[in-house]
Structures are given as C-alpha cells and as structure tokens.
Design a protein around this ligand. Structure first.
Ligand SMILES: [Zn+2]
Length: 450
C-alpha cells in the first residue's frame, strides 16, 4: 500500500476543476469530503481526498487541499473513512415483477433493498423471466430503487431446447429482446450446446452458467462460456465429489481456464451448504434470515435437514469441500479471473448480506483481501466493459460507492456494515439503510403472525 501523490486524472476532472475555480455553480453535486479512497485500479489508498459526484457519475477525485467545494454541493463528511467502489453479485437472482408463487407483494423490492444494504450495487441476474427487462429499465431510470441489473434471459435446458436450429433461433430472439447474456442450465446435449455457442458468437452475446453433463467443463471452456459458475463442472470432470484431489490433478483444467480466459464465479459458501459440508445449526443462526419470508427459510431448513443431507452428502462432503477450496486456490494462483457471487437468494444466501458468508470462504482459499475486493469491483467492471464504466473510483465511472468505517484491505469485515452506500449517484446513509432493514424485518414478522 502506498500513499499516492497529488494527482488528477483525466480531462474531465481538469475541465471540472476549471469550472469550480471560476466560481461556476455546480448543480446537484455531492461531495465525499476527507475520505481515504481505494480506487481499485491498483493496490493503493489515496488519503484525504474529495470525491465529487454529479448525476450518476463520479466527476472528480483529488486531494481535499486541491479541490474546492462547489457552491451548493451536498457534502458527506467522510471523517477519515474509506471510500471504495460498490460490490457486485455476479450470480444473483431477482424475483419476478409479477409473482404467482404466493410471495409477499413487497418481496421484490425487499430483495433489491437487501442487495444495496449489503453493499451490492450491481447484480448479474442469472435467470430471466417475464418483464424483468422492464424492471432493469425502471431501476436504471430511477423509477425503482435497486442495484444496476445485467440480466441473463430465460433458461436454455433440455426442456426449452428441442433442436439445434430452434436453439439458434432462441439465441437470436434473446439477443433481440435485449438480454445481456444467455443462461445455460444442466441437461443440454453437446450438439445443442455447440449450436448455442456458435450462434451466440455470431450474435455477439455471452452465454454462461452451469456445465451440462453431456458437455463437460473442457468443452464448455473451449466453446467459449464466458463464466463457469459454481465450480461443480471441474469437480464432475475430476471425480472430486468423493476422492481427494491434488494440485497436479487440477493443473490441466486450471491451465485451460487461464488459456481461454474464462472467468469463474465460485459461489463457494452456497456450495458448501449444497454438498452438506455446512453445519446446519450455524446456518440456522444467521442473523440475516430475519429478512427472508418464513416459508423460504423453512424450505432451506428442510433441505439441509433431509435425511442423508444434500446432493453429494455423507462422509465425502468434507473431502469435496476441501477439493473445492484447493481448486479455487489453484485457479487464483494461475491468474484466472475470479468474480464474486453467491447465488442469492438461495439456500442461506440472503441477497447482499450473503457476501459476509462468501468472503470468508474466498479468504480460506488463500485469496488476499485486495484480490477478494477486485473480484467484486474492478474485475466486474472489466467484465461489463462493453456496457458501462464502473468498479473503480475515478472520474467518469458510475457513482456506485461504499463508505466504510475502516480499511477493507486490512479488515474485510468493515464491508458488512457500510457507513453508507451510493448507487448510481443516489446516497443511502447508514441510518436510512437501518430504517429500511428494520422495516423489512418487521414486515417478515407481521407476515408470520397473520
Ligand atoms: Zn443460480
């Protein structure tokens, strides 16, 4: 970590400073004053900065001594706190706009709020449904409060894909409808997967998600899956469900992943639960469960308490979990892009708040604090470079920011209770977040009483 010398970046900043110095009034500017900035394009902290935000953009980052406060600006006193980019959930889910499953009417907005309260300002939604693109637009235009969404369309699986030609048509349709990527589920044949991959390439749309059994991890990587989610495809190929693997066992697939520049979204904490390697009583004690509908939590509880446990279960769960840890460590060591994701809301992954379960799981694979932060910020910005600029604190980037009471490079737990969250320029103080969280918890309690 270095103390960075006074340095202004970008023409944008320079022009803006001129405006400020000439006394032009800057309408609607918010200033974070006296903050230590983690810009996230390198491992450094910029001390005692002023960060200016206008609309949904960061417009200037400079030492407080070199940047005047614009007239009429809203000033957020940083008080020596730390400012970093908002985090991303790269394998998230968003409830339907119109729900037919009997969930509380407010559930969708609660999920969006929970993401923000957890510091998640971007969600890659991994299963599209009807009207979700409208939801994305409503959030982007400020009609609805929530993280910025990038959305996979409805699932490609053995039920929705009936032939190679129909698969291609479905790819073209998803592209035309405006989905950001194609969601792959298990069950596809290799021939259908190849057709999807080829058409996706022609249409310029990503595909990602699960690795169908008939395809296998190697073909999924070779055919260009943008991400490999959950890591289970690696375990399936190597027999890692029940026998201990070594780094040498993993090396060929790790090297292939690096060579083909595929990113992985480990969803490590979730998978620990799925395979029966989590302690059910600990899961049940998670404080964040109070924000979820009781019937959802009851379903999760049934899953972990079913006789014989989960998918892979039994004595092999600990071996399997250790294999997954080793795989994540080896992927990271080889320089494969790791992206933060928890598959919320799903088995004890409460939207946003699930990061406090995933982050320790990433750390236990030996990933440094800086690289864990990168997985949810700058690397996500690079992943979505064709959509927008975000994931760093610098002029021109989307104003998605977390204000933190301490330096997350030293202690990641400061992420779990941000002093405030800014999403596309809209500021939510800790007090506002607490009010919203209390309101969600109260609604859940009231539902239980009814
Ligand atoms: Zn999922």
């Amino acid at each position: 970590m270095t103390i960075f010398p006074a340095k202004l970046t970008g023409l944008f900043t320079a022009v803006f400073l001129l405006l400020l110095c000439s006394g032009v009034k800057a309408a609607g500017v918010t200033v974070f004053d006296q903050v230590h900035v983690l810009p996230m394009h390198s491992e450094q902290v910029l001390h005692n900065q002023r960060v200016l935000v206008q609309g949904d953009r960061i417009i200037a980052v400079a030492p407080a001594t070199e940047l005047a406060l614009p007239d009429g600006a809203t000033v957020i006193d940083g008080g020596g706190r730390y400012l970093m980019p908002g985090l991303a959930e790269m394998h998230g889910h968003v409830p339907p706009l119109v729900d037919f499953s009997g969930m509380p009417a407010r559930y969708l907005d609660d999920v969006l709020t929970l993401y923000l309260a957890g510091g998640v300002t971007t969600v890659r939604g991994m299963l599209g449904h009807d009207q979700q693109l409208r939801l994305k637009d409503d959030i982007a235009s400020g009609k609805r409060l929530g993280p910025t969404l990038y959305l996979a369309g409805p699932s490609f699986n053995q039920h929705t894909v009936t032939s190679a030609e129909q698969a291609r048509e479905r790819v073209r349709q998803h592209k035309k409808e405006g989905w950001d990527l194609l969601k792959i589920h298990p069950g596809l044949s290799l021939a259908h997967y190849q057709a999807i991959a080829d058409e996706a390439k022609q249409q310029g749309i990503d595909f990602a998600g699960h690795v169908p059994q008939d395809v296998g991890i190697e073909q999924a990587i070779l055919l260009g899956s943008r991400t490999i989610d959950h890591l289970d495809g690696y375990m399936a190929a190597l027999g890692g469900f029940d026998k201990a693997l070594t780094a040498a066992d993993l090396a060929p697939l790790v090297a292939l992943s690096k060579k083909h520049n595929v990113a992985v979204v480990p969803t490590q904490a979730l998978w620990q639960t799925i395979i029966g390697a989590s302690d059910a009583s600990q899961l049940q004690a998670y404080d964040e469960l109070k924000y979820m509908p009781a019937r959802v939590v009851a379903g999760w509880q049934r899953y972990v308490q079913q006789p014989g446990g989960a998918y892979y279960s039994g004595d092999s769960a600990a071996v399997h979990a250790q294999n997954r840890r080793l795989l994540l460590a080896e992927l990271h060591r080889a320089g494969v892009t790791i992206l933060m994701g928890t598959d919320a809301p799903q088995l004890y992954s409460v939207p946003g708040l699930s990061l406090r379960r995933e982050i320790p799981a990433m750390a236990s694979a030996g990933i440094s604090n800086y690289d864990i932060l990168r997985s949810g910020t700058v690397l996500v910005g690079e992943y979505f470079a064709d959509k927008d600029r975000f994931g760093q604190v610098k002029a021109g980037q989307r104003a998605d920011l977390l204000l933190l009471d301490g330096n997350p490079l030293q202690d990641l737990t400061v992420l779990y209770q941000p002093a405030g969250v800014m999403v596309r320029g809209q500021w939510l103080s800790r007090a506002e977040l607490d009010t919203k969280l209390a309101d969600i918890a109260a609604a859940r309690q009231a539902e239980n009483i009814r």
